[in-house]
Unconditional design. Structure first.
Ligand code: HEC
Length: 141
């Protein structure tokens, strides 16, 4: 029985194995976004996207939910990726495209980045977690 528990624990550890600790160890203190993106892992980002999926689909042609479908959003003009989605005036007033920098600021704290946004999401504190998410978004276009 004890042995079974140990094996189960090992299998679990292997399945949920995320090398983020190793990747983090390769980073200097206060890494730049470029350094974070260098070690970012789109697969880890895909798993993290679970926390976005309640409001966002990401498959090509997926429906808008509470938030717009995010396919192709990386590199797209802000608040224009899904013309039929009801973006807020606050987001529409933003200029530019969703590049790594803009996404990083947005995902850290959407309501601080764009006061008045309807994205009711606290944000992702961990810079490496944001980098993983951005790497994932960049693959979905
Ligand atoms: C509670 C619902 C909710 C959650 C959770 C959420 N979002 Fe959003 N998101 C929205 C809404 C609503 C908007 C539109 C905001 C506006 O118009 O002001 C939005 C907008 C966006 C946009 C801009 C889209 C565009 O076309 O310009 C991006 C990028 C985005 N979200 C990424 C994410 C990511 C990545 C996550 C997970 C880490 C996430 N969101 C979690 C609701 C959510």
């Amino acid at each position: 029985m004890k042995r079974l528990v140990i094996i189960a624990a090992m299998v679990l550890a292997a399945c949920s194995r995320d090398d983020s600790a190793e990747r983090r160890a390769r980073l200097p203190q206060n890494p730049t976004l470029a350094q974070l993106m260098h070690v970012a892992d789109a697969k880890a980002g895909a798993r993290r996207f679970g926390q976005c999926a309640a409001c966002h689909s990401i498959a090509a042609g997926g429906a808008d939910r509470n938030g717009p479908n995010l396919h192709g959003v990386f590199g797209a003009a802000i608040a224009q990726n899904r013309p039929r989605f009801g973006y807020t005036d606050a987001l529409q007033a933003q200029r530019g495209v969703w590049d790594e920098r803009r996404l990083d600021v947005w995902l850290a704290d959407p309501r601080a980045a764009v006061p008045g946004t309807s994205m009711a999401f606290a944000g992702v504190r961990d810079p490496l977690a944001r980098a993983d998410l951005i790497a994932y978004l960049a693959t979905q276009r």
